[in-house]
Design a protein around this ligand. Structure first.
Ligand SMILES: Cc1cc2nc3c(=O)[nH]c(=O)nc-3n(C[C@H](O)[C@H](O)[C@H](O)COP(=O)(O)OP(=O)(O)OC[C@H]3O[C@@H](n4cnc5c(N)ncnc54)[C@H](O)[C@@H]3O)c2cc1C
Length: 442
């Protein structure tokens, strides 16, 4: 079989680098594929799917390599690397952007759309790619009020498990389209192109940030829990636990970014009863997307050894806050951080009919990071203890920050899970795509 792109079998010169190319997490699993295809186009992908069937291999896919647990590395599989599929086109008539799955959030797509005065809810970190991000739902910029990024996908091109290139949308191959919007690494096809409905670009981004010492974490998080539902949906509103550069003490940061809501939308952030204890504050200052992306890059550099987990929380503050305070104020390394993000506006939004089916109200995620293997054990055991305490209040979790080989949780409603299994059995009867690594809770 010949490809326009490049192909390596295990043992070939260059195989090892090709197998690990673009993986963000410096902590690598020992799993390796049987072969790697760096596809040049959709025809290569279709040929790769057919080769895998002939060789008896499974199929794994990589767009940008940002899954924390390196899901694209599977044993006995042909890894199809879509890194070269990163084209972008904007049609002013339809306001639709057509992009390849390897298009990166803040390095490629956002600046491209800015030149057309348009916006799409890309991921917060500039190098997260559209393929994996959108298949999981996509917690993009402004998602607190704006919803899942994948809700704005109009259609996708998919190479199916039988090697056929098809378009899927609400009217064509609707079963595949339903599954592609939320099954993430459980999807059974290769997305080679996405058409995104864009919206007018925001006119202003205004931000308030308050940095509190760890001693008042309990008061700050209790207040966050009580005020969050009053904050306008145009504001992304979260609490962050992190250690500032040059310090060895974690702090609690309250952060609000208003998308066109103006300074008044940020007024509730000024009501914290311990506001006088803030070490630093900046209220209602203009910011821009490049500043937000730069901050994410600096906060989460590639190559560290990351351990990540998350949970959608439900409970009263009196129960939750003690478990949260421990996580916010006792971080295992200076590179580690946690976030608590309000999603309450999601509860009243109607969701389209798609695999994404849980409605987070409050989202906790921990990004535990060390400089190398020497930190691994400390990071792992810290995360396990934090998640043991918090998973008692779990209402499921987000695929994008999960690792079911360590802590299984629920990712879809029971009805959506059953429907996904039915579509999978029909679309991939031979189980060519291996599905989730570990088993989510059903
Ligand atoms: C630093 C960092 C910041 C992040 N920030 C955010 C954020 O703001 N919001 C958010 O929602 N998530 C975020 N994530 C999580 C991220 O969205 C997911 O890890 C996502 O899978 C990344 O997509 P990718 O294509 O880069 O990853 P990959 O590792 O390439 O893909 C992950 C898996 O998705 C599937 N997949 C990917 N592309 C395709 C395709 N074209 N066709 C079929 N299957 C495919 C495959 O199973 C693949 O193994 C972040 C991750 C990192 C590392």
């Amino acid at each position: 079989m010949s490809f326009t792109g490049a192909f390596w079998r295990s043992g070939d010169v260059g195989f090892s680098d090709a197998a690990l190319a673009n993986i963000f997490n410096g902590r690598r699993p020992s799993r390796r594929p049987a072969a790697v295809l760096r596809a040049a186009d959709a025809a290569d992908v279709a040929a790769g799917v057919k080769l895998a069937a002939a060789e008896g291999w499974k199929l794994s896919v990589r767009s940008g390599g940002h899954s924390w647990a390196a899901w694209s590395l599977r044993e006995d599989a042909l890894l199809i690397d879509l890194g070269a599929l990163n084209g972008m086109h904007y049609d002013a008539g339809t306001e639709i952007a057509t992009v390849g799955p390897a298009t990166r959030s803040g390095l490629d797509l956002d600046p491209f759309l800015a030149t057309h005065g348009r916006f799409f809810a890309v991921g917060h970190h500039p190098t997260v790619s559209m393929g994996g991000f959108l298949l999981q739902g996509g917690m993009g910029l402004g998602c607190r009020g704006g919803g899942w990024a994948v809700e704005s996908v109009e259609s996708m091109d998919v190479v199916t498990a039988s090697g056929e290139l098809v378009r899927c949308s609400e009217t064509e191959n609707a079963d595949l389209f339903w599954a592609a919007r939320g099954s993430g690494p459980g999807f059974f096809g290769v997305v080679t192109e996405l058409r995104l409905r864009t919206r007018p670009r925001h006119r202003s981004l205004i931000r308030s940030t308050y940095v509190y010492p760890a001693e008042v974490a309990s008061e700050v998080l209790t207040w966050f829990h009580s005020v969050r539902r009053d904050v306008d949906p145009s504001v992304s509103f979260l609490a962050i636990g992190a250690t500032p550069p040059g310090s060895d003490s974690p702090v609690v940061i309250i952060d609000g970014v208003s998308f066109d809501g103006g300074p008044s939308a940020l007024a509730p952030l000024e009501t914290c009863p311990v506001a006088g204890r803030a070490l630093k504050s900046t209220a209602a200052q203009p910011t821009d997307m490049s500043a937000l992306f730069a901050e994410q890059s600096a906060g989460s550099p590639a190559g560290l050894h990351y351990f990540v987990d998350n949970v959608y929380l439900v409970e009263e503050a009196s129960d939750l806050v003690p478990a949260l305070v421990a996580a916010f104020t006792d971080l295992p390394t200076p590179q580690s951080s946690v976030i608590l993000s309000d999603f309450s506006p999601q509860a009243s939004r109607a969701l389209p009919d798609m695999a994404v089916s849980l409605r987070p109200d409050l989202y906790f995620a921990a990004y535990v990071a060390g400089r190398g293997p020497a930190d691994d054990e400390k990071c792992r055991s810290w995360l396990d203890s934090a998640m043991n305490r918090l998973s008692a209040y779990s209402d499921g979790c987000y695929l994008g920050d999960s690792d079911f080989t360590v802590r299984p949780d629920r990712i879809l409603s029971a009805a959506a899970w059953s429907r996904l299994q039915r579509i999978r059995a029909f679309r991939d009867p031979e189980g060519r795509f291996p599905g989730y690594l570990g088993t989510p809770v059903q």
